[in-house]
Design a protein. Sequence first.
Length: 153
Amino acid sequence: MKTTPSSSRPLIAGAVLLISIISADARSFGVSSSSAGRGTVYNTSRGGRAYVGPRGVAAQGADGRSAVATERGAAYAGPNGAAAAGRYGGAAAVTNNGAYYRPPAAALPSGYIRTVPTGYTAVVYGGYNCYYVGGIYYRAVMYQGSTVYVVVN
């Protein structure tokens, strides 16, 4: 799916909000689990800092670039723009060249997955090139213009 420029006011407002809060500390992103002492703070010799906690990570470079990642998504802000992505595939970005939005991917039918689990072995099963992992065979198929994988019975 091609991303296209959009002049959506809510998108721009959200990106401005993202830029204004991205440099806040880890607790602002829900990374620190509201509990002191559960995470680790790292400071670099060049002035950067990072926080790693039970709910994710947050980092800020000496140059002001900031990033945060949790199980629910990720966000980044730098001198030329900001971006955010959710765990279901939706993403938005604001740059010097405009605003962009990519909606979440459509849900797959039962038995289909977008990626094969790690640790697979490529095998031939039932006359098909498959991936075998954890006692399950997965075969690559096309679904709505994208390669997805189906469980082979």
